[in-house]
Design a protein around this ligand. Structure first.
Ligand SMILES: C[S@@+](CC[C@H](N)C(=O)[O-])C[C@H]1O[C@@H](n2cnc3c(N)ncnc32)[C@H](O)[C@@H]1O
Length: 201
């Protein structure tokens, strides 16, 4: 036949393989990556966090608690508690009850282990939950290391539920037009870390 392209069977087989192999490969790799993310990051792909995990350096944690004037009788909350360093430090250093909440189950497990390793599991409660559904009425100090928009979304709840005189300390982010009572810069490893303090009127 004139102009007809004649391709031998083995060549057709080879071409079929070359075109189809990438699809099979991507399916398999996709499955593997999904599984790895789920096992390493606590189903990160399935949980929608409002803020990613980034821990506050320990010297900044100490300064936040100092700025909030934490003392015996206080109840310290950390909304989005990560590995629990703020609540564990509050319990260990000031002997206060402290409560941490986080949506990521890996962080919840880390925070509970952190409390146990530091011998403050009787004072520290860690729960898996959403910061926007957390009742903060028991807190006298609330610690935040979130995003500006998240701080602003929490502001009405904090003003509504916290008792007069309760303190809010935030690492890095302010509360829009709500002027802080104090703003402190902590230098750590040559970098500035800003923390803010508000008091419920
Ligand atoms: C920047 S980290 C701060 C961790 C800790 N507070 C600290 O200062 O070291 C923010 C934390 O908030 C948690 N988070 C984000 N969105 C959340 C939500 N809607 N409810 C509860 N936790 C959330 C993340 O899993 C993460 O551990």
């Amino acid at each position: 036949m004139k102009n007809a392209v004649y391709v031998k069977k083995p060549v057709l087989f080879l071409l079929f393989f070359i075109f189809c192999l990438p699809f099979y490969a991507s399916e398999t790799v996709g499955e593997t990556l999904k599984f790895e993310a789920a096992s390493s990051y606590g189903s990160f792909s399935e949980i929608e966090l409002d803020v990613p995990y980034y821990p506050t350096p320990q010297p900044v944690v100490e300064e936040m608690l100092k700025l909030a004037e934490v003392q015996k009788g206080d109840v310290v909350y950390d909304l989005g508690c990560g590995d629990g360093r703020i609540v564990v430090t509050a319990a260990k250093k000031y002997g206060v009850r402290a409560y941490g909440v986080d949506l990521d189950p890996v962080r919840v497990q880390e925070a509970r282990e952190n409390a146990t390793e530091n011998g403050v599991e009787d004072l520290v409660t860690i729960e898996r939950g959403d910061i926007f559904e957390t009742d903060v009425s028991e807190a006298s100090v609330v610690a935040l290391y979130l995003y500006p928009s998240v701080n602003l979304k929490l502001k009405p709840t904090l003003l509504d539920q916290l008792k007069p005189g309760s303190r809010i300390v935030s690492h890095a982010f302010d509360m829009g037009d709500w002027e802080p009572e104090k703003e402190v810069t902590v230098w750590h490893n040559g970098a500035p870390y800003v923390i803010y303090l508000w008091r419920i009127p």
